[in-house]
Design a protein around this ligand. Structure first.
Ligand code: BYC
Length: 311
């Protein structure tokens, strides 16, 4: 039977019709190269963030204040590793191998969330990370559940379920500390002071300064812009802080009549310094990933060998 080959223009039209009709794009569907490249970049960076994000919390496993809190923290960090794996798998459906993604990370060609380049100095930081960093991540990821690429969207659905527990466990740590001694209360406030701004930076530059947003919104990779998501996070998190007696470190906060908050702007110079590799822990985070990846080479080789023998 003779098949008529569709032109690039017809294929693009069909692709955009699907997107506008809220249908998902699947790995074997035709897609514009720009869409594929955009997704390869965003999903792999998202995966790297999950995995590098294990480091600040991993630093506290041996120092958790009770066996219960150690078990909870271990489980939470293990979840983050799992999120990385779902996301690498989703990214691999676009035709790039896991090894390539890791190589791009190690060569500094691929980014990960800036927030993980700050140090976790006290136990209260475990609370602040769960509450604020996972809280910011959920705000973004709930929106990404409706992203147009099927594998990314389905990974987000599963990740959001687990991330909600993470946010709750972080808030619970903060709440416990605020019900504790004066020293514990001060430690919780100090953690909020240090993590508030890096958490707001997770949403990326202002919409007007975000070169990737237009295409991402047009093809429904992103469903809300960086600023829209950041404002959502700010408006829901300030009342949570106030409820347990914490003060958000922004002297310009003002509750407006529509229930939203007026607030100060981010220090964008600091943001770009950290994104471009000059944050407090950038070098340490990457060096640790490279070392652990190299140390684990024999595990990967043995696993491959075992699977070949079993076949
Ligand atoms: N950090 O045009 P823009 C977690 C880059 S982990 C670093 O707005 P886009 C957790 C951006 O990549 C979950 N870089 O870009 C784990 C771009 O550079 P390139 C983390 C940033 O993509 C463990 C340039 O700046 N979540 O939950 O439209 C423990 C211009 O930006 C950042 C995700 O990864 C940043 N903050 O928007 C606890 C979400 N912001 O790539 C918790 C998935 C911007 O052109 N990603 N850049 O060289 C996204 O939603 C989007 O990629 C972003 C940026 C909102 C981050």
């Amino acid at each position: 039977m003779e098949t008529t080959k569709k032109s690039e223009k017809e294929l693009l039209l069909e692709f955009e019709e699907k997107i506008n009709g809220e249908q998902k794009i699947e790995p074997l569907d035709w897609m514009p190269e720009e869409y594929r490249q955009h997704l390869i970049r965003q999903i792999s960076q998202h995966a790297h963030s999950e995995v590098i994000g294990m480091q600040p919390e991993g630093n506290w496993i041996t120092r958790a204040p009770s066996l219960k809190s150690k078990k909870v923290l271990l489980a939470k960090i293990q979840d983050e590793g799992g999120h990385g794996l779902y996301l690498y798998s989703a990214a691999e459906t676009l035709g790039v191998t896991r090894d390539q993604f890791i190589q791009w990370l190690h060569e500094g060609k691929s980014k990960y969330a800036s927030v993980f380049n700050y140090a976790a100095l006290t136990w209260a930081d475990m609370g602040a990370i769960g509450w604020l960093v996972d809280g910011a991540a959920i705000t973004n990821q709930v929106s990404l559940q409706r992203t147009s690429y099927g594998p990314y969207s389905r990974a987000m659905v599963r990740i959001c379920k687990e991330e909600s527990f993470h946010q709750r466990q972080g808030y619970k740590i903060m709440q416990n500390m605020m019900e504790g001694t004066k020293d514990q209360q001060e430690m919780a406030q100090d953690a909020l002071n240090r993590w508030w701004w890096p958490a707001l930076m997770m949403f990326g530059p202002h919409d007007g300064d975000s070169p990737r947003t237009n295409l991402a919104m047009k093809w429904k990779i992103k469903r809300e812009t960086n600023d829209q998501l950041r404002e959502k996070f700010i408006n829901k998190t300030i009342p949570q802080a106030e409820l347990i007696g914490l003060k958000v470190p922004d002297s310009n906060l003002e509750l407006l009549t529509d229930g939203t908050y007026k607030h100060s702007d981010i220090n964008w110079d600091e943001f770009w310094q950290v994104v471009n590799g000059n944050g407090p822990c950038n070098q340490q985070r990457l060096a640790h990933h490279i070392k652990v990846h190299n140390d684990g080479a024999w595990v990967r080789e043995s696993a491959m060998l075992t699977s070949l023998i079993e076949e």
